[in-house]
Design a binder for this molecule. Structure first.
Ligand SMILES: Cc1cc2nc3c(=O)[nH]c(=O)nc-3n(C[C@H](O)[C@H](O)[C@H](O)COP(=O)(O)OP(=O)(O)OC[C@H]3O[C@@H](n4cnc5c(N)ncnc54)[C@H](O)[C@@H]3O)c2cc1C
Length: 472
């Protein structure tokens, strides 16, 4: 006998969405959340939802469709990601946005949040907090049984089938279990194992999940314990960070710096979207770069913070503030020198190459055209007025962990041999086969949680005959 039709582990965006859809078709649902509140990373997020063919896009006169979103994500990933999963994401993303609208969320802006040509980043007014609140209120309104402050410790398995969970000294049984425990950003051990390109930075590593203390990779641990496949190794999103203000997500570097690797070469437009900049920095020798600027850029460029507010959330970074920079110059954390040769010595950057790079960069800055990397920026400062400064930049902020459980296109968790583990479903950031090698754009995390959360709720219910029961 089961205590519930479906038990859902983790009450973030995916978990609450799964609960609502399983409940909608008539399942009895228990939603378990380790934290004292529902919401997880979803409620902390910037609330951008990546979607195509939506009513919001149409209202903004943006022509788009799921096929174009599918093509973009598959091409960006050189088809090294799952077409069945990406097709579902693309085809169901508009419905996810409509559902949020039906729950009271509003979208004022749709932005290009990746490196695509079409604006697909739907910016929720009130950010993730508004999404979290809307879902939470709906879960409450539907009377879905929810237990907070309860961290599930393991899954119950009998004859190869998942039949429930163990938490707080109790076994609870269900017809199906859905794991929606989010990523593993707060677990150094998991980071070392499944995200070495972020973990390599050691102490400066910071995960955006910081405010949600139970984002510890429990879903992956459950999977490991019962032989589930973990896929998407080292494919998470890394974000560029100077670390000048601890525990702050920088996302975009200011356009008024010149970024070079230790060979003294530029390797990207400095204001490249965060969907690509972290990966590019990690690929440089020693996996780091230097942000160079002169006294004019510091005094004038740093006054404009508009680069840090691409999603119109009103956010304004403190990190690249003149006062913050001067403080770090005084302590020596930001290196300074009266000549570029001296600066090269202090940063161990190839001096001859740097001279060559700066000569070209300065000539381009005067005409306002970046002939090497095509940077388009309102403040494009040459390096000419001493003193010159250098701040180290690493891709040491984790924006999304991405590695996780392997699912089929019914969200059923699979084992190391590709076989479905009966009774077990998963959705959201705990799943490892959605994001691919490259983060396609701001909004992919929330979109994945909503789309696959819904599918998991529906499929888990169908797997125990509930769809049929309701239809009968
Ligand atoms: C600051 C920030 C900004 C972001 N901005 C965006 C954005 O704008 N757009 C975007 O697409 N993505 C963004 N992301 C990423 C995105 O929020 C996540 O990928 C997505 O919301 C994950 O949803 P989820 O439901 O899978 O997990 P979560 O929302 O993290 O929920 C997981 C829940 O499971 C609970 N839990 C964990 N283990 C257990 C356990 N053992 N027992 C019970 N409960 C457990 C956790 O406490 C948590 O509440 C951002 C993330 C952060 C933190």
């Amino acid at each position: 006998m089961s205590d519930y039709d479906i038990i859902i582990v983790g009450g973030g965006g995916a978990g609450m969405t799964a609960a609502l859809h399983a409940h909608r078709v008539g399942a009895t649902v228990l939603l378990l959340e380790a934290d004292r509140k529902l919401g997880g990373a979803t409620a902390l997020s910037d609330g951008v939802v990546y979607a195509a063919g939506t009513s919001v896009q149409r209202a903004h006169g943006i022509e788009d469709d799921p096929q174009a979103m599918f093509d973009y994500i598959m091409t960006l990933n050189a088809w090294q990601t799952r077409p069945d999963i990406i097709r579902l994401l693309a085809e169901r993303s508009a419905a996810a946005v409509d559902e949020l609208i039906a729950l009271g969320c509003t979208f004022e802006w749709v932005v290009k949040s990746g490196v695509d040509l079409v604006p697909r980043g739907h910016c929720t007014v009130g950010a993730g907090d508004a999404i979290g609140r809307a879902l939470r209120e709906e879960v409450g309104a539907k009377g879905i049984e929810t237990v907070l402050d309860t961290r599930v410790e393991r899954l119950l398995v009998e004859d190869g089938r998942v039949v429930g969970i163990h938490a707080s000294g109790m076994d609870l049984r269900a017809g199906a279990v859905i794991v929606t425990t989010g990523g593993f950003g707060n677990s150094p051990g998991m980071r070392a194992r499944y995200f070495p390109s972020a973990a390599q930075h050691g102490d400066p590593v910071y995960a955006v999940h910081n405010g949600a203390p139970f984002i510890l990779g429990d879903g992956l641990k459950f999977g490991e314990m019962i032989g589930a496949a973990i896929v998407g190794h080292d494919t998470g999103l890394v974000i560029a960070s100077s670390g000048l203000v601890p525990n702050v997500v920088e996302a975009y570097l200011p356009p008024w710096i010149m970024l070079v690797n230790v060979r003294g070469q530029r390797f990207m437009p400095e204001n490249a979207p965060y969907a690509v900049s972290g990966y590019l920095i990690n690929q440089q020798p020693e996996a780091r770069a230097w942000a160079l600027f002169d006294e004019s850029a510091l005094a004038v460029g740093s006054q404009d913070k508009s680069f840090s507010n691409p999603y119109h959330t009103g956010y304004s970074t403190q990190v690249w503030d003149e006062a913050v920079l001067r403080k770090h110059i005084a302590t020596g954390r930001i290196r300074s020198a009266d000549t570029l040769e001296e600066l090269a010595e202090r940063t161990n950057v190839d001096a001859l190459a740097l001279k060559e790079t700066v000569t070209r960069y300065n000539a381009d800055a005067i005409c306002g055209t970046d002939s090497d990397w095509g940077k388009v920026a309102p403040h494009y400062f040459p390096l000419e007025n001493a003193p010159f400064y250098a701040a180290e930049v690493r891709a040491s902020t984790i924006g999304q962990t991405s590695a996780g459980l392997d699912i089929d296109h019914h969200t059923r968790v699979r084992d190391l041999h590709g076989r479905v583990i009966p009774g077990l479903f998963a959705a959201g950031e705990t799943v490892g086969c959605v994001q691919g090698q490259r983060y396609s754009g701001g909004g992919m995390g929330v979109a994945s949680a909503l789309v696959f959360g819904r599918l998991a709720g529906e499929q888990a219910a169908a797997s125990i005959g509930i769809e049929a029961r309701v239809a009968a």
